[in-house]
Design a protein around this ligand. Structure first.
Ligand code: ZN
Ligand code: ZN
Length: 157
């Protein structure tokens, strides 16, 4: 007997819920048995080396090399904290919104000599120059497209 549309929907929904349930169980098991998980992962790697390699490559492309990235975020946080970790214009304090800004708008000159990725290392090495400040990406961009003045400042005046 063929299923009606509503029966089909019911089964689809049941399947979806079941899947979420199983996934949650697996995740719980993984956190409770880190040792076993490691063994399982290793067995999997030995059994399907190609698949494991493919998977590793994919996750590498997604996040970059994890230790290098962690070091980068740590350094970035250190530098931002040194400057107060707050947008000098609007006060935004969500770290992921923040960036380093050149107070005198000489960023393009600076960028020619220091690569973007190396900027935080450069700042630390050079004793946190006062020609730099923290801005959020919004204000940083606003400044860039508005002759060096964030539109926020214009509104206040
Ligand atoms: Zn801002
Ligand atoms: Zn602003």
């Amino acid at each position: 007997m063929a299923l009606t549309e509503s029966e089909k929907a019911y089964h689809r929904e049941r399947y979806r819920r079941k899947k979420a349930e199983i996934r949650a169980k697996v995740r719980k098991w993984e956190t409770e048995h880190p040792e076993k998980r490691r063994v399982y992962n290793k067995t999997y790697r030995d059994k399907y080396p190609d698949k494991a390699r493919e998977w590793r490559k994919k996750s590498y492309e997604k996040v970059g090399s994890a230790p290098a990235l962690r070091a980068y975020y740590k350094l970035r946080l250190e530098v931002l904290n040194h400057y107060g970790a707050r947008c000098a214009c609007c006060g935004e304090s969500e770290i992921r919104f923040l960036t380093i800004d050149h107070v005198n708008n000489d960023g393009s000159e600076h960028r020619k000599t220091v690569k973007t990725n190396a900027i935080y290392r450069w700042i630390k090495k050079n004793g946190y120059p006062r020609t730099l400040q923290v801005l959020c990406h919004n204000c940083n961009w606003g400044k860039r497209v508005n002759n060096g003045v964030c539109p926020h400042e214009e509104r206040i005046k």
